[in-house]
Design a protein around this ligand. Structure first.
Ligand SMILES: Cc1cc2nc3c(=O)[nH]c(=O)nc-3n(C[C@H](O)[C@H](O)[C@H](O)COP(=O)(O)O)c2cc1C
Length: 473
């Protein structure tokens, strides 16, 4: 059997401390440069030289302030605060590269679809189709309180809102401008034909958008949709909308349960289950030999920040472990935060119990994702095992230190995976992110994706108009 190419994205965030609490203080870490555009441009060029599929940028809109009931630990440890808007560096990175894709996280909970659709449409034009939207529903109550709400909407209502928001975006991207609406006729001074630009007329529970889309059709129209729902309602959402799913799990066996389930739910929703490309978060610490890699890992661990790790866990789960005995086993409880994190450390693996102390150590490097430590052979064996056992398509690589972790990946792992036929020698002809997932030529959403409904409706409107016009003639 021929083995597929494994896809890799670098996983980052517009902040200092992304997934490895404390490691920003390592002498080789450059994450404090996150506020320089050069830092991002250099990173994009490095990733493209290493033939990464893309750069994936996480985001949060609030401060992790659950730990000890205060933001102090997060602020002290730069735990995703300060954090910048992740969209703003994309155009500079796109200008410096030709092939690298960009997956950007924007919460669906605090946006208006009319303006959000234009933001992604603009980026799709300016990157020539290299943009993807990672839809998250948010989990920090502080975000809600600072964005004009009394408290965060309930977990399930955030998904209900997301459902309507993405639907309105699809209508704007796919259902407003006909393919040949733009004429650019200089002689007659007609840029676009108003007959071919339609109002979407949306009136729903959360949004009212009567008008036309503000941009014009871009290479992908709908950006590639990423999503990472883990709860029942989250999986249903991902199964309906996600073209790429971002997951995290401590072992391939645990991940496989999720993968099988989400593909089954996608099939029930009328989608080809294999059209959901599934990526999991992983951190790699590598060097020429296993011993050198272990020494590097030990060095990194000596910089890990216990308090920062628990502040992160508390923010994601809503559970403040500072109140518990560090060696007390955790039990599953429901909170209004992100369930994936709760499940990882409680019921996901029935053979394993976790204590607060163990959680902090696990989160210390690579946060919720596993860490692979070893030589190129050791790590590549593990990567292939994850791909095969979990039935996934690729990885989002978090870093222990940046850009060092990505440089090590390119130096040590890429050649090994290339020798195994698992990593491409060069980019192919694809220019858009969607073609990366589905092959050259597939720039627009597939027919079985919910956004395609509005493409069909637009085609119908056009057919109806042409019928009327033929009668008039
Ligand atoms: C791998 C992974 C990465 C995520 N990244 C973010 C992020 O950057 N920002 C965010 O607000 N939520 C993030 N989330 C949270 C989810 O997208 C989702 O909103 C949250 O988990 C609540 O849904 P759930 O209970 O269905 O998992 C992430 C979740 C996963 C599994």
């Amino acid at each position: 059997m021929t083995k597929n190419r494994i896809q890799f994205n670098a996983f980052d965030m517009s902040c200092i401390m992304h997934q490895s609490p404390g490691l920003w203080s390592h002498p080789q870490d450059q994450s404090v440069r996150y506020k320089d555009l050069d830092y991002w441009v250099d990173l994009a060029k490095l990733l493209e030289a290493g033939k990464f599929d893309g750069l994936f940028i996480a985001d949060v809109l609030g401060v992790y302030d659950t730990y000890q009931g205060s933001a102090a630990a997060s602020i002290r440890s730069a735990m995703q605060i300060p954090v910048h808007n992740p969209l703003l560096q994309v155009t500079a990175m796109a200008a410096a590269t030709k092939k690298l894709g960009f997956g950007i996280t924007v919460s669906s909970t605090y946006e208006q679809p009319y303006s959000l659709a234009r933001t992604f449409g603009t980026l799709d034009h300016l990157t020539k189709g290299r943009i993807a939207w990672n839809i998250v529903t948010s989990y920090l109550d502080g975000a809600a309180r600072n964005l004009g709400m009394q408290r965060q909407m309930s977990h399930d209502e955030r998904y209900e809102l997301a459902e309507e928001l993405v639907d309105v975006c699809y209508q704007l991207w796919e259902g407003s401008w006909e393919e040949d609406a733009v004429i650019e006729d200089r002689e007659n001074q007609i840029y676009a034909d108003p007959e071919k630009v339609h109002e979407i007329g949306h009136k729903g529970k959360y949004f009212s958008v009567p008008g036309v889309y503000l941009s014009e059709p871009s290479p992908q129209r709908t950006p590639v949709i990423w999503q990472a729902g883990t709860s029942g309602i989250g999986r249903a959402f991902a199964a309906r909308h996600a073209e790429a799913v971002f997951t995290v799990a401590p072992t391939p066996v645990i991940l496989r349960r999720y993968v099988d389930d989400i593909r089954a739910v996608a099939a029930e929703a009328g989608r080809d289950p294999r059209s959901l490309k599934i990526f999991t978060e992983i951190t790699i610490v590598t060097a020429a030999t296993d011993e050198e890699a272990q020494a590097k890992y030990a060095d990194y661990l000596s910089y890990y920040d216990y308090e920062g790790a628990l502040a992160f866990y508390a923010g994601i789960t809503g559970i403040d472990l500072s109140q518990l005995d560090p060696h007390q086993p955790l039990e599953y409880v429901d909170t209004d935060s992100a369930r994936f994190a709760l499940e990882i450390f409680s019921k996901a693996d029935p053979d394993r119990t976790w204590t607060p102390d163990e959680v902090a150590k696990y989160v210390g490097i690579g946060a919720m994702g596993p860490v692979l430590v070893g030589s190129p052979e050791t790590v590549s064996d593990e990567l292939e095992r994850w791909i095969d056992e979990a039935d996934i398509d690729g990885f989002n690589l978090a870093y222990a230190i940046t850009p060092g972790t990505f440089e090590d990946f390119i130096e040590f792992i890429v050649p090994e995976l290339q020798d195994r036929g698992r990593y491409w020698k060069d980019y192919d002809e694809s220019t858009t992110v969607r073609e990366r997932l589905y092959g050259v030529g597939q720039k627009r959403v597939r027919d079985d994706h919910p956004a395609a409904k509005y493409r069909r409706q637009l085609e119908q409107k056009r057919a109806d108009r042409e019928t009327v016009e033929s009668f008039v003639v």
